[in-house]
Design a protein around this ligand. Sequence first.
Ligand code: HGY
Ligand code: MN
Ligand code: MN
Length: 419
Amino acid sequence: MPRLGDESGTTGASFGARALVLADVLAESSDSPEYLACTYMTLAHRAVAARLREWMRIAGMTASIDAVGNVVGRYPSERPDAKTVIVGSHYDTVLNAGKYDGRLGILSALLAIEELHRTGRKLPFNIELIAFSEEEGVRFSSPYLGSSAVAGKFDMSLLPRRDAGGYGLADTLAAAGFDPHAIPALARKREDLAGYLELHIEQGPILLGEGLPVGVVTSIAGAVRYSVVVTGTAGHAGTVPMQMRHDAAAAAAELTLLVETRARQAPGLVGTVGRLTVPNGAINVIPGRCEMSFELRAGEDAMRDAALADVLAGIKAIQQRRGVTIDAKEVLRSPAVPCTPRIQKLFGDAVARAGITPRLLPSGAGHDAVMFDKLTDLGMLFVRCGNGGISHSPLETITAADADIGVRILLDVLVNYQS
Ligand code: HGY
Ligand code: MN
Ligand code: MN
């Protein structure tokens, strides 16, 4: 029987070692020769999808790529009327990414299901392993395109949205051979589902700091994201007196510090300006335009929304004082989502059976799991990150030993799952 990792000669290695090798193979496909980037529907993205579909078939599943680019593997139950547990995560990445964000969850589930297949074990429920096509929201500034489609929450009004190069989402899908109008039919029915499970790297320092290989997620932070254009007055850097300037970059800098200062005012609240550019800027020109983003996150929506209200009020004050206009457009609002206590307990019990103290912790990062809120029970397992917990960076790292523990716990949860 062919095994995952045959081509890299790692079949006999541990689950964890094989997961890392498979992640290396996926990372060979990138939008850039300089760093890892796998953004929606690029050639690299399509190559990764094709490889995952092949691996799902080797692992004993039927596999296909759906209308929004999700790679869906199916490991059927022996019961014809069985419900389905979805195990998922995403295969797209940010720019200059690490190899494990999203992908570790897919590969861990792949190895766990291959083990079920290898030992001829069927479960009282179907498993759908879904490698979601777009979680980060990099190319079209709208995350969760893949998981929102599966959860019946895909926003069809996004189809005209354009990327930085002016390519539309609908055109991009059609050019890749997908039918955007087939997306609504991907929605799973509540009554068919028995739960959603996701393994993911922690992307933070808590497990590393406490010497724990894994943790059980209690809730997933909610985020609000804004795209901002600051318009001032361009001018000669040498001749315009300071008191006469309407400097768009200085106004953007003030907004950046406002976001940071406000986010420091409450524990668990975070604020980030991730993009800040002066289009066609020149060293001797007062910036007339500045494009930027900001986002705010917290474990509770009320805390996040109070901070947002203060930032929006601050924007008005900056506009008036500096004589600029600041167009701030909300591009994402995702609520904080609690993980289902029943599934937190399933993960916690499996962690304890592995001889590890179950550590409960919130997720500051967003995950595909949020799309399954109010649709089915959902839960997540975190795997420790090395290098201080850094993520969204090529410095993102995990160990084979921790990855191995993650696969074994996920397998244990599946085998003991009460659907
Ligand atoms: O931004 C996030 O929280 C996730 O990594 N997409
Ligand atoms: Mn990410
Ligand atoms: Mn992720």
